[in-house]
Design a protein around this ligand. Sequence first.
Ligand code: 9D3
Length: 248
Amino acid sequence: MKFGAVTLFPERVNDIAGYGVVGRAFERGIVTLTCENPRDYARDAHRTVDDRPYGGGPGMVMKYEPLAAAIDSIKAAMPDRSPVVYLSPQGELFDQAMARRFSELPGVVLVAGRYEGVDERLIESHVDEEVSLGDFVMSGGEIAVMAVIDTVTRLIPGVLGDAESAEQDSFMDGLLDCPHYTRPEEISGRRVPPVLLSGDHAAIGRWRYKQALGRSFVKRPELVEKLKLDGEQRLLLEEYLRESGRRS
Ligand code: 9D3
């Protein structure tokens, strides 16, 4: 999988290749990242990449020409059918399904904006998809580009070890995680749930699924609505709500 990134801060985005599971995928050559800086394509003496907005108002807009040249240059080095994805608050919400779709492509070009955004004509001419991480305001697209690279890389076969991949396509898919505990058994009177010490793996699995279902229902009901619960799942959810004092 080849990632391309267009950014005014390539050293920041390249940092993604230096850490953890994703860093190892880069070391092993499973994924690559090529960055291009629009500033290197600015042709004036000041290497200008931004300008004042037509119509007035605060802030600056990223100029078309340096961005277009940077994207064209990176596309030339990418596989055919590598879409150009512009990270922006106006985009479609990023989720695991979108990440899976990207992970099946030979390449993706990710464009990070700065200032108030990019000249709209750049989006029309060079961008295939606009993608947002959610309804909050960041200072630019670099962290979003890194989030996409991290999420997509984890989905590429061979990147995760056996333990981590087993977790990925588990029956808890689409739900929030269950609680986790490690030693010691007691902290200031708070004990680890006894079932986790029982050695009864069927009971442990059932308890974990009940917790995942119950917390999802309480914190993120829309996740559970998507699932269409069967009788057994309904029973587990009732049990969770009773045990957590939300039902008598
Ligand atoms: C409403 C005027 N601007 C806020 C001061 C709009 C604005 C412009 C540029 C808001 C954010 C940004 C920079 N953000 C991104 O590049 C970005 C982003 C985000 O801020 N939130 C969630 N996902 C993303 S993806 C790219």
